[in-house]
Design a protein around this ligand. Structure first.
Ligand SMILES: Nc1ncnc2c1ncn2[C@@H]1O[C@H](COP(=O)(O)OP(=O)(O)O)[C@@H](O)[C@H]1O
Ligand SMILES: [Mg+2]
Length: 370
């Protein structure tokens, strides 16, 4: 004998389901069979910048006129009655805010009778994911360069040592020709410079054992700024520090973190041709967490370095992490590549925003591991 469980009153079910749909962080939009929107949850209103009033009863083709790929997903779900996703290529163009990379899925929507009555679109913000993918590509590039550099460094360092030694001997022989001695000095100086670049390159690519200690970020920043203020070229730069005193020491490699911050702060100062300002701010970011399976999620410390310098145009921005890319006459072009590597070694993130002509902001995220 089967006991019939009375179905819950439809209104109750609807209210509960509605509460769920309205509370999830996933953006959800449903349409009828004419692609006209019949439901949009708050997360979807947030993501798209469309209010319920603007979106309801409007066709998707009008609301998302610029998003061909999203409309394609909708069409497949509607016409072929199957689910389809795109996690990589959709960029949402919104009226009042910046374009946003999203990940989206479309599925057929069925009514009680089991007939298809429309479609459901689910979307979420994929900006972080994109950032992560870009980071991974940079890491890949570095790994490749590492193999190349290790071989190259070995091949170059030996003959370089020979050249330097010979130049020194030559200078001893030239005591009675001081007019020529200058040339041998140039040889020695330039070989030292090449040697320096190779060492830097090897530093970048070699895995050196890290020593993780408790590191006081505020102190490192203060020390770096104190020294940079003495550099004659940076005389007319005002350095402003806003360091959150409540940030505890973080677990990190002090030598590497110092190199990271020095590179970023020097780049900021070097971007200022005459007078200007460099502002360094630290804070704890509680919106994003580093998740390690089986461990408590840890928040990030964010160090932002903002300069009023030249800014970085879109073309340059694509290349700044490429080793040896530099726009400076005496630059090595290794600074940013080294920074990226150090940030990766600390499970952090590096983000750069710039307005050409107005300045650049560099954001370093480091996990606050205790
Ligand atoms: N804060 C900044 N403002 C403007 N341009 C920057 C900034 N940081 C980096 N860059 C650009 O990125 C390039 C690469 O930087 P980096 O790898 O540190 O090498 P380098 O400083 O030796 O040129 C710089 O030459 C510059 O064009
Ligand atoms: Mg640099």
């Amino acid at each position: 004998m089967s006991t019939a469980v009375p179905p819950p009153a439809p209104s109750q079910v609807n209210q509960l389901e509605l509460n769920i749909l309205n509370s999830v962080t996933e953006a959800i939009i449903a349409t009828d069979h004419t692609y006209s929107v019949i439901f949009i949850n708050p997360a979807a209103q947030n993501l798209t910048g469309l209010s319920a009033r603007m979106a309801l009863h409007q066709p998707l083709s009008q609301l998302f006129a610029a998003e061909d790929k999203l409309l394609y997903l909708a069409r497949v779900a509607m016409e072929e009655a199957r689910s389809i996703s795109d996690h990589e290529t959709i960029v949402l163009h919104r009226a009042y805010s910046a374009p946003l990379p999203i990940s989206a899925s479309a599925s057929p929507l069925y009514n009680d009778a089991g007939n298809q009555s429309g479609i459901i679109l689910t979307m979420h913000n994929a900006a972080n994911l994109h950032q992560l993918q870009q980071d991974l590509q940079r890491v890949d590039r570095l790994a490749m360069l590492g193999t190349l550099a290790a071989g190259l460094a070995h091949e170059i360092k030996n003959p370089l040592g020979g050249i330097r030694g010979a130049a020194q001997l030559l200078s001893l022989e030239m005591e009675e020709r001081p007019d020529l001695a200058e040339y041998t000095q140039v040889i020695v100086r330039e070989t030292d410079r090449i040697n320096g670049i190779i060492n830097e390159l090897m530093d970048l690519t070699r895995e050196r054992p890290r020593t993780f200690d408790k590191v006081n970020i505020s102190r490192i920043i203060q020390d770096i700024v104190l020294l940079q203020q003495q550099v004659p070229q940076f005389r007319r730069i005002a350095f402003h520090l806003h360091l959150d005193p409540s940030i505890p020491p973080i677990s990190a490699d002090e030598v590497l973190i110092t190199r990271l911050l020095l590179n970023i702060i020097k780049n900021a100062a070097e971007a200022i041709t005459d007078a200007g300002s460099v502002t360094i701010t630290t804070r704890i970011n509680t919106e994003h967490h580093l998740s390690i399976p089986g461990r408590q999620p840890v928040p990030f410390v964010v160090i932002s370095v903002n300069d009023s310098g030249s800014g970085i145009d879109a073309d340059t921005m694509k290349k700044i992490f490429t080793p040896f890319f530099t726009t400076k006459s005496g630059g090595s072009g290794l600074g940013m590549a080294i920074c990226q590597k150090i940030v990766n070694q600390h499970d952090g993130l590096l983000n750069i925003e710039s307005t050409p002509g107005a300045g650049t902001s560099c954001y370093i995220y480091l996990p606050l591991k205790r």
